[in-house]
Write a protein that binds this ligand. Sequence first.
Ligand code: ADP
Length: 727
Amino acid sequence: MTNGLAPLSADSRSALALRVVRRAMPSGPAWRAFATGLIVALSLVLIWAVAVALVQRAGRDAAEKARAQAEVGAAALEQFMLRTIEGIESTFAFVEMRRVLETAGDRQSADLIAAHLADIAATNRLGLVQIADIDTNATLRWSSASAFPRADFFDRQAFLAHLGGTRGLLVGVPQIEPINRRWSVQFSRRMEDRNGRFLGIAVMSLDPVALSRDLAEMMPRPNDVMFVVRRDGTYVARSRATLRALAEEVALAAPLPGSGAADSAPLVLSATQPDQRERFTSFRMVAGTPLVVGTGIDAAEALAPVRDFARLAVVTALLTSALVVLLALYARRRHERLHARTEVQEARLAERAAGAARAEIEALLAGLPVAVYRARIRRGRGMEVTYASAGMAALPDAGKARPEEDDARRDFIARLLSGRDAAVEYPVTRADGSAVWLRDAARVVLSTEDGCEVVGYRADITAERRLAARATEAAKLATLGEMATGLAHELNQPITAMSLGADNAADALEAEGTRGIPEALETLRSVAGQAARAQTIIDHLRVFGRRDAGPLGAIEVRSAVDGAVVLAGAALRAAGVEVVRSLPDDLPPVQGQLVLIEQVLVNLCLNARDAMLKQPEGQRRLAFSARRAPAGDRVLLAVRDTGGGMPEEVVGRVFEPFFTTKPVGQGTGLGLAICHGIMAAQGGAIRVANVEGGAEFTLEFAIAEREAPAPESGLRDAPAQEATHVA
Ligand code: ADP
C-alpha cells in the first residue's frame, strides 16, 4: 500500500515528452528532412547552372574576342600585302620602262633603270631577290642577277597564261632556286604594246621566308599565325613553321572566300595544319591579286583563360556546394539539438506541472475527512489497496477489524465482485483498546478476469455513529415519553386486575375459609396471568430502552411487527385504531437489528395515529402487510394508514431532519429522518407514497443469508394478535 502517488516512471516521462513533441511539430521530421533535401538539391542545381552558364558565356566571349583579333589581324595583313603589291607593281613599271628604252635604243637610260632595279633586288627591298624580263619566246631578256643564266627556271605555266592573254598579276608556287638554294615566289605580269600584242612577261622573285619573317614580327604570340596563300590554298608565306608550310596546300575547314560559297566568316582551321593546332582564323582577299591573307588566333591560347575560369568556376561551385551541404547538415544538427533541448525542457515543464497537479490533488485529498483509495479485488484473495491518499495513514488498519465483522466485510467484497456499489460499516479496535467505527464505500471502475478494480473511500464514522446513536436514543426516549400514558394504562390494567384478584382471593379465603381455596386459587391464577402480561410489557420496554441495539443479524419481520404493536398498542388502542396484520408464514428472515426495526415501526405507528386522529372513530385503520419483492432478494413491509395522506410537497420532504407539520412542542421533525438512517444502516430502505385514503410507508429489507439467531428476549413469545381493536 502506498500513501502517495507513485513518481512518474521513465516510460510515462518519455511518453509525455513524445506528446509534447507531437504537439510542437505537427508536420513531422520526415517532412522537414524532405524539405531540407529539396532546398539543398535546388541550391546545388542553381549553383551548377550558374557556373555552367558563366563558363559558357566566358567561352563565347573569348571566342568572340579571338575572332575579332583574327579579323583585325587579317585586315592589317591585307593592308600590308596591298602596299607590298603596290611596290611590286611600280617595279613592274620600271622593268617595262627599261625594255621600252632599250627597244628605243636609249641604252644609257635603260642601263640606269637596270642599275636601279638591280639595286632593289640586291638590297632585298620589298622582299624582292630578283627581277627579270622574259621575252616572247620565253628567253631571258634582262635579269637583275647577272649570274642568272636560264629562263626556263621561270614559271612556265605563268608564262603560258600570260601568253594566252592573262593581264592580271600571277603568283607562282614557292620553290627553291637551283642556283643559290633559296626559296622564292614568282610574281609575274604580261607586257604588251599599245595594240595589246604580247611582248613578254616581267617577273619578280620574292623571298617567302623574308616575307614570313615580316609576318612573324606582326604576330608576336608564338602560336598565332599570319599567312598568305594563293587562291588554290598553296602557302606563299607563313609567320610560323614557315619551311614546313611553304608550297604546301592549306587544308581548309571551309571553302575559301571567293571560291564559290560567299562566306567570309572566320573559321577554325582543321587540325591538318603543319603544327596541328586549332585556330580562330579570318581570311581576306587581297584586291587585284590572286592572293588570300589570313590570321589565325590560337584556339588553345585564346580559350586558356576560359579553361582557367572554368576550373575556377568548378572549384567555386564545388566549394559552394560543399558549403551548402555543410550548412544544411549544420542547420539540421542545430535544429535537432534545439529540438531535443526544447523537448527536454517541455518534458521537464510538463513533469513539473504534473508534480504540482499531483501535489494539489494530494493536498486536496489530504484535506478530506476521508481517505480515498483504489484497490484490486481478486476472487478468493481479498482486497489489495494499490493507492491510498494521505488520510489513510491516520486510520486504523481495516485488517484489524473485529472477527465478528468478517462476515460484513466479506459481504461487502462479494457485492463489489458482483459489480454493484457497496458500503460497509465496522468497528476496529485500536492498540490502546479504543474502538473506531469505519465506513468503506466503493464502486467498481474496472472488471477484470479474476475480479475487479474499485475506487472508494474509508471514513472514521465514530463521531457520526455516536451522534446517530444519541439521536436514536433521544428519539427513542421521545417515543417512550409519547407512549408513557398508554403504557401506564396498559400496565394499570393488569395491576388493577391483580389487585382486584388478590382482594377477591383474600375475601374468598376470609369468608369461606378452606372452602374458599379453589376460588382463591383460580383468582390467583388469573392474577399470575395478569402479572405475566405486565412482565411481557416491561421486558419489552427494557429491551427497547437498551442503548446497544445488538449486532446486525437475521430477524423475523413478524417479530418486529409484533414487538412494535406491543409497545405502541396502548397508544393505538387509546386512539381507537384498528390494527390489521397480513404477514405470510413463509417470509424469509431479513438482515437487521430487531430493536432498531421496532423503533422504526413504533415511529410509523405513532405518526399514523396522529394523522388518523382527524378521521372519525371507526375509520382509523393501520395495516401491516409483507411480501417478498419480485426481484427475489428483498422483503417489503408496507405500513398503511387511513389518515388521508399528505400533500405532494410534504411527500418529498418527510425524511428531511427537522421537517414537521406538527405544532411547536408536538413534533421534532426527527422521527422519519432517524428511520431513514436506521434503514440505510441495515442495508435496507424506506419509501413513502400516498395511497387511497391515507399514506403508505414501505420498508425494504435485504434477505439475510444466514439463519435467524435465537430470540433475544421473550418478545418472540408474545401472543400474536391477528386483528386487535381495543376500545
Ligand atoms: P414529527 O412526527 O415530529 O413531525 P416525523 O419526521 O416523524 O416528525 O414526521 C414528519 C412529518 O411527516 C410529519 O410532521 C407529518 O406532516 C408527516 N407525516 C409523517 N407520517 C405521516 C402519515 N402517516 N400521514 C400523514 N403525514 C405524515
